[in-house]
Write a protein that binds this ligand. Structure first.
Ligand SMILES: Nc1ncnc2c1ncn2[C@@H]1O[C@H](COP(=O)(O)OP(=O)(O)OP(=O)(O)O)[C@@H](O)[C@H]1O
Ligand SMILES: [Mg+2]
Length: 263
């Protein structure tokens, strides 16, 4: 497998953040169910700095996807606050939230969300074109090759297997070189070999370009490679194993990237 290109280093105008990249303060999510109010999440509290990795695990229905949607600002908590890059989502309008998110994050959804009438190459090029990146086709082809799908460039999503669709969704997320990548069951539809390939790519992105990872997974091998681990049960934190963090201090990788960008 190829190692990431030097374009993996974020642009030099990214300031060193004094605050963690993601701050989650005591959030809850309640919805109106057929038999009254349902509490989907409660008492969720943690911080994540640039370059760190977090695995979120728990049984089906424990609230993992709901939490990811809140962290990404796609949904709003009933209680508590989420800050991305120092800005509280609650203080931003919908459009501001979308552009704030777009500048920092990429997603791999549980259901992939590929654009049905675009082929593989066009799907991976789309976010690059939206971000105004130069040479979107060349970047997209490079990432499609890294996920092992060069032979499917002109195929449409409906003609791909579940695992192939998942790898297109991953290439699309990796290609924009996000500072924070959210992925919901990124190896859920993959066989052992392709699962390993995707896990290696995730951690290359993490280690070489300093992207923080928030991964929802049932895969113990993937969870064990993350620095931090949050286990949910019925919407609450059942266990929280965070490697040592100094609150408010930039991670080593952020300091390294800052040094690189100021030389
Ligand atoms: N809008 C909603 N209204 C009512 N209940 C909801 C809503 N969204 C999610 N739920 C319920 O909240 C619970 C958590 O759902 P969620 O999708 O977050 O689970 P999950 O941990 O991601 O599960 P899985 O591992 O199966 O993907 C589920 O019981 C689900 O039925
Ligand atoms: Mg889910």
């Amino acid at each position: 497998m190829k190692s990431p290109s030097t374009s993996a280093v974020p642009p030099s105008d990214i300031p060193l953040q004094a605050r963690p990249l993601l701050e989650v303060s005591n959030i809850a999510k309640c919805v109106q169910g057929p038999e009254g109010v349902l509490t989907l999440l409660e008492g969720i509290d943690f911080t994540l700095s640039g370059g760190e990795s977090l695995a979120i695990t728990g049984p089906s229905g424990s609230g993992k996807t709901t939490l990811l949607g809140l962290l990404a600002g796609l949904d709003t908590p009933t209680k508590g606050e989420i800050r991305l890059n120092g800005s509280a989502f609650s203080t931003l309008g919908e459009d501001q939230r979308a552009s704030h998110r777009g500048a920092t994050c990429a997603f791999v959804f549980q259901e992939f969300h590929l654009v049905a009438d675009m082929n593989v190459l066009e799907n991976v090029m789309l976010p690059l074109e939206l971000a105004g990146r130069e040479k979107p086709a060349a970047i997209a082809k490079d990432w499609i090759e890294r996920v092992g799908l060069s032979h499917r460039l002109r195929h449409f999503p409906a003609t791909l297997s579940g695992g192939e669709q998942q790898r297109v969704a991953l290439a699309r997320a990796f290609a924009v070189q996000p500072r924070l990548l959210f992925a919901d069951e990124p190896t859920g539809s993959l066989d052992h070999a392709n699962g390993k390939r995707v896990i290696d790519l995730l951690f290359e992105l993490n280690q070489h370009s300093g992207a923080a990872l928030v991964l929802v997974t049932h895969d113990p091998q993937l969870a064990s490679r993350c620095q931090h681990h949050l286990e949910l049960h019925e919407g609450k934190i059942m266990s929280k194993t965070f490697a040592h963090q100094k609150p408010g201090e930039a991670s080593d990788i952020e300091k390294y990237l800052h040094q690189e960008s100021s030389t």
